[in-house]
Write a protein that binds this ligand. Structure first.
Ligand SMILES: [Zn+2]
Length: 73
């Protein structure tokens, strides 16, 4: 599963696309602490939620690639 925290400097959050030093990793993609909070607090009917989901769709593509590469090797 994803690492809880990341202390490495200079990674780009896939949601806000800012350089962040901490957050969670999902499929080697960073979601920063503030974006995690944002996701939790955003109502599903909110337009911002759709924006976040669109960003997260990148993750599912990455996940698919990771799974497929694991199967082929
Ligand atoms: Zn972020």
């Amino acid at each position: 599963m994803a690492a809880i925290t990341n202390k490495h400097a200079g990674e780009t959050c896939i949601i806000c696309e800012k350089q962040k030093r901490s957050g969670i990793h999902i499929c080697e993609q960073l979601i920063c602490d503030s974006c995690q909070k944002h996701i939790i607090e955003t109502d599903v009917s909110d337009i911002k939620y759709r924006y976040i989901l669109k960003k997260l769709s990148k993750l599912s593509l990455t996940l698919k690639d990771a799974v497929e590469s694991r199967h082929s090797s």
